[in-house]
Design a protein around this ligand. Structure first.
Ligand code: ATP
Ligand code: MG
Length: 574
């Protein structure tokens, strides 16, 4: 079943020409045309304090995508300035996820921590120019002095201490002479500025914490605002693409590169991706992991790339989704069904069709010879003629889905019912002649007859049946566990909570349903971790990469077959 292997990702697939140009492309084209830049340089700058999520995918596709489209380069830079929350595990997972998504940073793997010495020199330069000072106020006092949006801040009593004194104290901060939190280095800008980021922001703090790369070399660490823009400058990033919440930080970044006297990158802000029925905050995702509300960062319900990969989402469908939603200047929320639509569209082309029965109901074909087995031809993928066909065994005892039988069928129900004839997919017409109930009154077995003339699915006399159902041969089928997933949260915007509750109160209690004792066709014995198939009439499924074994296969439902999004679009168009 080599056709079951999941298609590998391809970089630089031709851009969908139906997607109109976005404003960042327009800016880049202008900068190239005017000669401002000969080549563009972008970067993806994750903080290694969690796993990447679908929001990061948007940033990755944009940064690597722009570089690829315009013949430039994109760096991977870890913004690792907060030793308390950062770990090597996160660095490794981030690299794995970017590669899986189909992008390559080649030898351009950088770390803000590689620049600690240079950043220290920049800070010294600012002090020497009278543009930064060591402040002895406590964190609480600094906050009190900061003012509000309507009131100006107050200047620290240490603001005008002599340059020599600040230089000396900053050196001794580095040398470890002072306690954590006892002093900070602040930029000297404007305590009355309407932009709070310009009210003498803290540039350095004292923190005795082990860093995942620099170990115990440093006991002072640059703040994010000190490190981020300067790292962009050191790497000569031409277009520093970031999300809207950094718009108010841009004047600070511009001030810093100007005063330090270094290369000025251009920062351009775009709207972050918000997706309905899930959350994108690493802090909240970590909370779900730590509280055991999900099975780790790669739980198939998580919006993380590792979770989506395990669930069976393809890298290509995520890239297409990111391209499709384009890049905007205003925040909005994208319906998660749109992402599922892209996944379905991709899997429809590549996933082999197989038969799997989630809620098995035994069927005995009374007039089928005992011990006889036929190999019936089944088409692997009607969307892909090259996918060929396979054999599925047919015998006297089968399983069909419990939902495909109704003792007292409602109107428009065309599947099995007493006296009713249906077609078995790739097989024969069968007619239900009787059924058996257990003591609890549940139907546990159907007795049917088959018409030997209908092999292949049509009757020589031209009679028609309305329903076609899937099945497996009881003797040949494999037992499997199937995990059905629904949205992680039961409301579209779990961030909105009332009355002191928190986002976790919106967790969907039915986000995962585990079905044991499912039966799947024997060709799946060869399926390997990560392989995706379509169980005909049921949905797309992926072999779980952690819990599945050849003896006890486990399938994750990737998406159902019903494309709600396509239906919405049709409705809107019609
Ligand atoms: P969080 O707030 O959850 O910690 P973050 O934005 O701080 O996330 P980073 O590791 O700093 O996480 O993000 C790396 C890059 O990805 C940044 O450039 C950031 O702007 C971008 N990014 C993060 N979330 C999104 C999102 N939802 N949509 C688009 N880009 C995003
Ligand atoms: Mg961040």
């Amino acid at each position: 079943m080599a056709a079951h292997r999941r298609a590998t990702t391809h970089m630089n697939e031709p851009n969908d020409s139906s997607t109109p140009k976005h404003f960042i492309q327009a800016i880049i084209e202008e900068d190239l045309a005017s000669g401002k830049h000969e080549r563009i340089v972008t970067r993806f700058p994750p903080e290694p304090n969690g796993y990447l999520h679908i929001g990061h995918a948007k940033s990755i596709c944009l940064n690597f995508g722009m570089a690829a489209q315009y013949g430039g380069t994109c760096n991977l830079r870890f913004d690792d300035t907060n030793p308390i929350k950062e770990e090597q595990e996160y660095v490794d997972s981030i690299k794995e996820d970017i590669r899986w998504l189909g992008f390559d940073w080649e030898d351009r793997e950088f770390y803000a921590s590689d620049y600690f010495e240079t950043l220290y020199e920049y800070a010294v330069r600012l002090i020497e120019k009278g543009k930064a000072y060591v402040d002895d106020l406590s964190a609480d006092e600094i906050r009190e002095h900061r003012g509000t949006l309507t009131e100006p801040g107050r200047e620290s009593p240490y603001r005008d201490r002599p340059v020599e004194e600040s230089l000396d104290l900053f050196r001794r901060m580095r040398a470890g002479e002072f306690a954590d939190g006892s002093r900070v280095l602040r930029a000297k800008i404007d305590m009355a500025s309407g932009n709070l980021n310009l009210r003498d922001p803290v540039l350095y703090r004292i923190l005795r914490a082990h860093h995942h790369r620099t170990g115990d070399d440093w006991c002072i660490y640059p703040m994010y605002d000190m490190a981020h823009g300067q790292s962009d400058s050191i790497e000569r990033i031409t277009h520093s693409l970031c999300t809207l919440e950094f718009e108010d930080h841009r004047p600070l970044y511009d001030w810093l590169v100007e005063e330090i006297g270094i290369y000025p990158p251009r920062q351009i802000e775009f709207a972050r991706l918000n997706l309905s029925h899930t959350i994108m905050s690493k802090r909240k995702l970590l909370e779900l992991v730590n509280d055991g509300l999900v099975d780790g960062w790669d739980d198939p319900r998580m919006p993380t790339l590792s979770g989506m990969r395990r669930r069976g989402f393809t890298a290509r469908s995520i890239r297409r989704f990111c391209d499709g939603i384009s890049v905007a200047k205003a925040n909005s929320t994208v319906d998660i069904q749109l992402l599922e639509h892209y996944v379905r569209e991709d899997l429809n082309k590549i996933a082999p069709r197989v038969m799997g029965v989630l809620r098995p109901l035994r069927v005995v074909i009374e007039n089928y010879p005992e011990g006889q087995v036929e190999e019936l031809d089944a088409i692997n993928n009607p969307e892909n003629p090259d996918a060929g066909s396979r054999k599925v065994p047919f015998s006297r005892v089968l399983y069909v889905d419990r939902n495909d039988f109704h003792e007292d069928p409602p109107k428009k129900y065309f599947r099995l019912a007493p006296g009713r004839e249906v077609r078995l997919r790739y097989g024969y017409f069968i007619t239900c002649v009787d059924f058996v109930k257990n003591d609890a009154g549940e139907v546990v077995e159907l007795r049917c007859t088959y018409d030997p003339e209908t092999r292949g699915g049509s009757a020589p006399d031209g009679r028609r049946v309305r329903g076609t159902i899937h099945w497996v041969s009881a003797e040949h089928a494999l037992a499997a566990e199937v995990r059905l997933y629904d949205h992680l949260f039961s409301v579209a915007d779990p961030g909105v909570v009332e009355g002191g509750a928190d986002f976790k109160s919106h967790l969907n209690p039915d986000s995962r349903t585990v079905l044991a004792g499912c039966r799947v066709e024997p060709s799946l014995a060869e399926a390997r971790a990560g392989d995706c198939v379509q169980f005909e009439r049921v949905g797309y499924f992926c072999v779980d990469s952690k819990d599945s074994t050849p003896q006890d296969p486990v399938f994750n439902r990737v998406v159902s077959l019903r494309d709600t999004w396509a239906k919405i679009q049709k409705k809107q168009a019609g």
